[in-house]
Design a protein around this ligand. Structure first.
Ligand code: SAM
Length: 192
């Protein structure tokens, strides 16, 4: 049983793109209450359920409390967008590296669509700083955004450091919502 229906969005995306392989290290940003982490734990085998497959790692982060989950390491009450959290992640991940960064983060909606859009896109920009610190070359980033004027800018920034960037609207996402996901694959370290 999943903690939240959002699990079905990640299942749908991962069934199609197979981001979460046994043995992978995954960072789940905005993880509370933990449904995406449940999916990730299962797929990367971080609870060691399948002794024949390599065990992966799942680290979830949220501003809120995240109830414990077998196979996941949670940083509750942590802000994903600030460097001290990045430093903690570096310590928790094997070799300080991740294969996949997931983000279903969302700010508390104010109801002003454009303002909420800008807030969430700004949070997504910070994921690029995080990627630079922890994401393995060839790695993937899946991040939620609300569509609006800055979506192109985010897509462009992603395209500079990933070989492939696409927009996804899972069937499990409400048709009338502005919610979208960018799936960015094959990370190349940014040129300095
Ligand atoms: N994917 C989750 C699941 O399946 O259980 C649901 C995530 S919920 C839609 C969005 C979460 O993002 C909220 O729990 C919120 O607290 C978190 N969040 C928002 N801003 C954040 C930030 N700066 N750092 C960490 N988490 C944040």
């Amino acid at each position: 049983n999943f903690r939240c229906r959002s699990a079905f969005k990640l299942l749908e995306i991962d069934d199609k793109f197979r981001l979460l392989q046994p043995g992978c290290s995954v960072v789940d940003c905005g993880a509370s209450p933990g449904a995406w982490s449940q999916v990730a734990v299962h797929r990367v085998n971080s609870a060691g359920t399948d002794p024949a497959a390599p065990p992966g790692t799942v680290v979830g982060i949220d501003l809120l409390h995240i109830p414990p989950l077998d196979g996941a390491h949670f940083l509750s009450c942590h802000d994903v967008t600030i460097p001290p959290t990045h430093a903690k992640l570096l310590e928790l991940l094997p070799g300080g590296q991740a294969h996949v960064i997931l983000s279903d983060m969302a700010p508390n909606a104010s109801g002003f669509r454009e303002m909420d859009h800008v807030k969430l896109i700004t949070m997504c920009f910070s994921l690029l700083d995080l990627a630079e610190k922890i994401l393995l070359p060839g790695g993937s980033l899946l991040c939620k955004y609300w569509d609006g004027i800055l979506a192109h800018e985010l897509q462009e920034k992603l395209s500079r450091v990933f070989n492939s960037v696409q927009t996804l609207k899972p069937n499990a996402s409400r048709k009338d919502s502005a919610e979208r996901y960018f799936l960015a694959r094959i990370y190349k370290k940014p040129e300095k």
